[in-house]
Design a protein around this ligand. Structure first.
Ligand SMILES: [Fe+2]
Ligand SMILES: [Fe+2]
Length: 197
């Protein structure tokens, strides 16, 4: 069911995010909805997680960390030491407290949208990819990953995690174990598919 507070949520996002990130949030919500429709998932849930996924991105780092400390989700050492990942964990806590959202298929995708994890369910997969292929994204290779993902979300995930691993290595970053797990999972899936050809 469509959440009646969506106009109110959009207003909050417009006031608390930069114009660029507000547009990104709307586009991720639209991409998540489209991916849900393609993959037989509930479009309203996917839309909501897309809309709210970066809600804490522009909160002061200290406030993000306070929210992270209240999270019921497990938080790895690598994430604790990577402030750029905090807004995802913080976001899941924030939307639960502010809007009373308890649906795990909305909260968990928000929590995992930066680092990913092994064994993601369809809503977690959808948000992870929607964040990378939303309309305004224009990094090199975006067009290719976007078209792969709309045709085959798992292949999109493989490409995305492959890119994420190389990016992390190139930028001298510690890679969270959950990102490794996701990379290995989709690589194994692609290997399996190849062996079945
Ligand atoms: Fe984010
Ligand atoms: Fe995002």
């Amino acid at each position: 069911m469509t959440d009646k507070r969506i106009p109110e949520m959009k207003e909050y996002l417009r006031e608390n995010l930069s114009e660029k990130r507000f547009v990104h949030s709307l586009n991720v919500a639209d991409a998540a909805k489209r991916l849900a429709e393609i993959n037989g998932a509930d479009a309203d849930r996917a839309y909501l997680s897309g809309l709210l996924h970066d809600i804490c991105k522009e909160l002061p780092p200290k406030e993000q960390l306070e929210l992270v400390r209240r999270s019921e989700f497990a938080v790895s050492e690598a994430e604790l030491n990577a402030p750029k990942t905090h807004h995802a964990i913080a976001g899941a806590v924030f939307v639960k407290e502010k809007y009373g959202i308890t649906d795990p298929d909305v909260l968990s995708p928000i929590r995992w949208h930066t680092v990913g994890k092994g064994g993601m369910n369809i809503y977690e997969k959808i948000l992870y990819m929607a964040d990378l292929i939303s309309d305004e994204r224009d990094y090199p290779d975006c067009e290719r990953i976007r078209s792969i993902t709309y045709g085959d979300i798992e292949r999109g995930l493989y490409e995305a995690f492959k890119w994420m691993m190389t990016e992390n290595i190139a930028k001298f970053r510690i890679i969270p174990k959950s990102t490794f797990d996701a990379y290995n999972e989709y690589t194994a899936l692609m290997q399996k598919r190849q062996s079945e050809l």
